[in-house]
Design a protein around this ligand. Structure first.
Ligand SMILES: [Zn+2]
Length: 256
């Protein structure tokens, strides 16, 4: 079985690195330099690249890594991301070492976004890119609130113990917003205390779990009465459909 470690890139990106034996697979290598440095340090060769979406901070290192390691890159179809050798459809399976991963179309942040899910034991794994963050969700650059809601609903149905590896260290600021939306949510309060302590020590706050997100992520809780009421208080024209609630709190967060 493999292990998963983060490589830090730019100011707050994580390039998740799956390691088995002396081989590695990287998810979203926006910057090739820290990847090459880490692989050299650990004496690993790069077997494969996985990319969630076209944004440069997730895909910008593909070509340089392929030059060095001549490896395939799995990711969104369409030909708009240079270096993708294995374009994937929704629900398509592929191998990551000896495990099957499934690509899940997850529009909202971008139209091309894919998440990667593996039913591994004891915990399933989700690489959620910039769609589902710990206690938050990605900005709606290309997609609609309804698309993001559909995507997050699909993630909600995954096993509760699924480990969620997202693309950025945004957890503390997301929780600071979450507690604005739900000031009396004890799970958010407790998580914020834990996360502040981790960040004070410059530690990674991930992975999360689907269970924790269902309790503390306002964007996964758009059908909860407290979240609906907070959205209506922020914008009185909001109706209580989860899509509208998501759109309102996303807009609130954008201006937070
Ligand atoms: Zn992005």
């Amino acid at each position: 079985m493999f292990k998963i470690v983060p490589i830090k890139a730019f100011s707050d990106n994580y390039i998740w690195t799956i390691i088995q034996g002396n081989e590695a697979i990287v998810v979203d290598p926006g910057d090739p330099k820290p990847v090459i440095k880490k692989l050299n340090e650990l004496n690993l060769s790069l077997k494969q690249i996985m990319v969630t979406h076209h944004h440069f901070d997730h895909s910008g290192g593909i070509l340089e890594l392929q030059k060095a390691f001549n490896c395939p890159a799995y990711g969104p179809k369409g030909g708009h991301i240079k270096g993708i050798t294995n374009p994937l459809n929704d629900n398509e399976h592929f191998n990551v070492f000896d495990q099957y991963f499934m690509a899940m179309a997850s529009p909202g942040h971008t139209n091309d976004q894919l998440a990667y899910f593996c039913e591994s034991e004891p915990n399933p794994i989700l690489f959620s890119g910039d769609t589902l963050f710990a206690a938050g969700c990605g900005r709606l650059f290309e997609g609609t609130p309804a698309e993001m809601h559909n995507t997050l609903s699909r993630f909600s149905a995954l096993p509760l113990n699924t480990l969620v590896y997202c693309g950025h260290e945004y957890t503390e600021s997301n929780l600071n917003f979450a507690i604005e939306v739900e000031p009396n949510n004890v799970d958010i309060k407790n998580r914020l205390t834990e996360v502040k302590s981790l960040r004070d020590q410059n530690k990674v706050t991930l992975p999360s779990t689907i269970e924790l997100e269902l309790k503390t992520n306002p964007f996964m809780r758009c059908d909860e009465e407290n979240v609906i009421q907070a959205a209506i208080a922020y914008n009185a024209t909001t109706d209580n459909s989860p899509e509208e609630v998501l759109g309102t709190i996303r807009n609130w967060k954008d201006n937070f």
